[in-house]
Design a protein around this ligand. Structure first.
Ligand code: F6P
Length: 569
């Protein structure tokens, strides 16, 4: 039986938070001045992640109340329920077990859920992915003409794309020049056309990644890729233009990742070359499942297993650390504080690591598909605001684009700053510029100086008197004043290793879960994406020229389709 959600707004802790808010005023300057231990007390570790929460708009009482709130909505019990396979995805009546994908081999007691030996199944499928990766990497797996694979093209969308592409970019220094990956996701024909350009069909391997194997974009792109493969191989004389040869080509150049093996076979892919996962892995939580096959192939099984071990480190922290020191729990609760009490609408994620340039996009699906809900898991209306908009760009690019609004705009934008002590590419600026940059300057240090300076500026600002003291003309003082009290969390780690990346992703998975528990929503369904998909199929005939279908559209859509039909060349 499903445990009903607790309405957080009816808890004593919520009332106390409201009271606490009445005379609450952000005062980071004052708080730090009065409390020399603030930074130390509000910094915590989770695995290799060092997380400084001290520049957030909270005092000790705020955190105590938030932790009380977490207890009053039964967060510890919900964490246990998720890890042990209760059906916390209520609207789909499913367990939520992405954490099972990275359990340590041999963990006791074993995990058996709904009669399934989860540990055994996960280990078997992971071994299968890793064996396959080794075959491709060693050249044992070859294309139809016997050549080894040099390019892997992952075809998928949403969770079947964003995780793999984000990790591929993040771990680029761990790759090899012999094997590259490309990622096709959008049904915009430009995507597949651009990604296939210049590829040698004889050395290209397609991985069709789709949990359902029914997603329009992915299946369309897979068919386009298959047609391209046949056309190219036939044109070069590598295969005959007959069905047997074409089938053999698909079997040698396509594998699949899916939970729907029957559909994989119908496409022409050998089911022996399909890597499975289970309905208890949500798409946006699936990069550590067989959905990461492109990663195991391009980086090798060891790197992939190290990534999983990183996830596990933070899982263990989340499951066993008291809430007062539990980093995902505290960060999730801080987000609740900002959204529900300080009226934040968005949340910036700002990695000071070019390799993480797809991390904000990845987090957008993770957080917004999970917590963009207006009803709770029992179907009742939510009683507070829910999911905030996540966004971001790597520093320092963001600094020269949108940081103005974070520093001096009218809105509160909590921001997570992420940085690593050791860069993948340590470079020095031999000459320097003779002024700010000394000859031989370590460029990563220049980069990190920005990371440190930004959170400092956001927290402490610059008062009007400080601006005046610089000799600024009085009529410019207000424009040059920085209010400070702009909340940030700083996350640091020794280096962006596979393990650290896994830790970061797991951190955000669990932050998302914590927020969902407080709001009483099912963070694991995504009904909100269905209507648009269905309507796209219904609108398609009108777009393709069916006048009766066009007449059936609303006036605005009809006029837009007419415009399209008139302009299309
Ligand atoms: O439309 C949303 C969604 O269902 C995501 O949740 C999912 O990650 C994506 O589509 C892709 O789905 P599939 O892996 O089944 O192709």
């Amino acid at each position: 039986m499903t445990t009903p959600p607790v309405d957080a707004t009816t808890t004593p802790a919520w009332d106390d938070l409201r009271r606490h808010l009445t005379d609450f005023r952000g005062d980071l300057r004052g708080w730090f001045a009065a409390d020399p231990d603030r930074a130390e007390r509000l910094s915590h570790s989770a695995g290799d992640l060092f997380v400084d929460l001290s520049k957030n708009l909270v005092v000790d009482d705020t955190l105590e109340l938030l932790v009380r709130l977490a207890h009053e909505v039964h967060l510890p019990e919900r964490i246990e329920a998720m890890f042990t396979g209760e059906h916390v995805n209520v609207t789909e009546d499913r367990a939520v077990l992405h954490t099972a994908l990275r359990r340590a081999p041999g963990t006791e007691p074993g995990l058996v859920v709904d009669g399934q030996d989860v540990d055994a199944d996960v280990a078997r499928e992971l071994d299968k992915v890793c064996d396959f990766a080794e075959q491709v990497r060693s050249g044992t797996w070859s294309g139809i003409t016997g050549k080894p694979v040099t390019t892997v093209v992952n075809i998928g969308i949403g969770g079947s794309d964003l995780g793999p592409v984000m990790v591929y970019e993040a771990l680029e220094p761990y790759g090899s020049s012999d094997l590259e990956a490309r990622f096709v996701s959008n049904i915009d024909p430009t995507d597949v056309a651009q990604k296939l350009a210049g590829l040698d069909p004889e050395t290209t391997l397609f991985i069709v990644a789709s949990k359902t194997f029914g997603t329009l974009e992915t299946l369309t792109n897979a068919r386009l890729a298959r047609a391209w493969l046949w056309e190219q191989l036939i044109a070069s004389g590598a295969i005959e233009d007959d069905d047997d040869a074409k089938q053999a080509a698909v079997r040698a150049h396509f594998v699949a990742v899916s939970t729907a093996l029957d559909k994989v076979e119908a496409f022409g892919i050998d089911p022996a070359n399909a890597f499975g996962f289970w309905d208890w892995v949500g798409g946006r939580y699936s990069v550590d499942s067989a959905i990461g096959t492109s990663l195991a192939v391009t980086f090798g099984p060891d790197v992939f297993r190290e990534l999983l071990a990183g996830f596990r480190t933070v899982d263990e922290h989340f499951r066993s650390t008291p809430l007062e020191r539990n980093v995902p729990a505290l960060m999730g609760l801080l987000n609740v504080w900002y959204v529900n009490f300080l009226d934040a609408h968005t949340h910036a994620v700002l990695p000071y690591a070019q390799q993480l340039h797809r991390f904000p996009a990845y987090l957008q699906q993770l957080t917004m598909e999970s917590n963009g809900k207006s009803v709770r898991w029992d179907g009742s209306e939510v009683t507070t605001q829910t999911g905030e908009v996540f966004w971001g760009e790597p520093g320092t690019n963001g600094q020269h684009a949108f940081y103005q609004l974070i520093h001096q705009g009218t809105r509160t934008i909590p921001a997570d700053f992420i940085a690593f002590a050791t860069p993948a590419y340590p470079l020095t600026d031999g000459q320097g510029d003779g002024k700010a940059v000394a000859p031989g300057a370590d460029v990563h240090e220049l980069f990190l100086a920005n990371f440190f300076a930004q959170t400092q500026a956001l927290a402490f600002g610059k008062t009007a008197d400080e601006v005046r003291a610089e000799g600024t003309a009085e009529d410019l003082v207000s424009a040059r004043t920085f209010s400070g009290n702009r909340p940030t969390t700083s996350i640091m780690a020794p280096a962006l290793t596979p393990s650290v990346l896994g830790q970061l992703v797991a951190l955000y998975e669990h932050i998302t879960f914590v927020q969902g528990v407080v709001w009483g929503i099912d963070s694991f369904d995504q009904w909100g994406v269905e209507l648009g998909k269905k309507l796209a199929l219904e609108v398609a005939p009108a777009v393709a020229g069916d006048d009766a279908a066009l007449e059936g559209q609303d006036p605005s859509t009809r006029s837009l389709i007419r415009y399209y039909r008139a302009q299309r060349r």
